[in-house]
Design a protein around this ligand. Structure first.
Ligand SMILES: NC(=O)c1ccc[n+]([C@@H]2O[C@H](COP(=O)([O-])OP(=O)(O)OC[C@H]3O[C@@H](n4cnc5c(N)ncnc54)[C@H](O)[C@@H]3O)[C@@H](O)[C@H]2O)c1
Length: 266
């Protein structure tokens, strides 16, 4: 197996793309620390991994909590004795046109999509520096087509997903010396609860807030027809793009953004 014995952290691994990434990396032999805000889906992902003979542990909590980065990196090291792959995936959207966007909405997106990955990577540094490996470690930060091209109603999210690309590129230049590849995957339209066709009432609960999600049917149809492959991607297909940046075959690729969007170009 390509990732035999590697220790991976996946944030937001309880649902959608993060869950699929955790299952994929575990199926290739990685031992996985699954994080999610919500305990039940995180435990479910870990159970599926254990049920298939893999190893997984759970680290529940918001990636935006001040103590979180220390907790999850310590969990990987204490539980599995390593820290080889970090996938910064946890996130959500909180849309509004700019004139109606609150500071709270703006800050929430920067906190979850950029500040949390920054803190996790900063917390990982001492272990990575002190424990050199003969293989390459991997960081994959999750961005979005919205961060590359901008989406209306997403000034907060687009900015944060663009910023995580800056973080990726800077860190690839700092961490080459430690044999760490740092890349980003920007997703186009992937079928998850964030992108379901709206019924008008679709909300998700994030840290005590009810947040509207989903995409209007007309917009969804237009978005799908603009995709050269003609359809949204599945979570498993999205996980495949992350996996490519975690295997040894991508050891000479760093500081790059892989657009996983069914042929979209931005
Ligand atoms: N679905 C798409 O089309 C799409 C497109 C581009 C980028 N993305 C990005 O992919 C990532 C995964 O999104 P998804 O579509 O799988 O969504 P999802 O809602 O299906 O899964 C995201 C998971 O992250 C968790 N999460 C949210 N905030 C968290 C926090 N503060 N701390 C810990 N966990 C938290 C949620 O509980 C959820 O289980 C996100 O970063 C998202 O912005 C998704």
């Amino acid at each position: 197996m390509k990732l035999d014995g590697r220790v991976a952290i996946i944030t937001g691994g309880g649902r959608g793309i993060g869950r699929a990434i955790a299952l994929k990396l575990a199926s290739e032999g990685a031992r996985v620390v699954v994080n999610d805000l919500d305990e039940e889906p995180a435990e479910e992902t870990a159970e599926v991994i254990r049920g298939s003979g893999g190893e997984a542990s759970v680290c529940v909590g918001s990636v935006t909590a001040e103590d979180f980065a220390g907790r999850i990196t310590a969990e990987a090291v204490k539980r599995f004795g390593g820290l080889d792959i970090i996938v910064n995936n946890a996130g959500y959207t909180w849309d509004n046109v700019v004139q109606k966007m609150s500071d709270e909405q703006w800050d929430a997106m920067q906190d979850v999509h950029v500040k949390a990955p920054f803190r996790i990577l900063r917390a990982a540094h001492p272990f990575i520096k002190a424990n050199p490996t003969d293989y390459h470690r991997k960081v994959v930060n999750i961005s979005s087509a919205s961060g590359l091209g901008g989406h209306p109603g997403q000034a907060n999210y687009s900015s944060a997903k663009a910023a995580v690309i800056g973080l990726t590129k800077a860190l690839s230049k700092e961490w080459g010396r430690y044999k760490v590849n740092v890349n980003a995957v920007a997703f186009g339209l992937i079928e998850t609860r964030l992108t379901v066709a709206v019924s008008g009432e679709d909300t998700i609960r994030v840290e005590g807030r009810e947040i509207k999600v989903g995409i209007g049917t007309a917009f969804l149809d237009a978005a799908q027809s603009a995709i050269p492959l003609g359809r949204a991607g599945t979570a498993a297909e999205a996980a495949g793009a992350v996996y490519l940046l975690c295997v040894p075959e991508s050891d000479y690729i760093s500081g790059q953004v892989l657009l996983c969007g069914g042929g979209l170009s931005l």
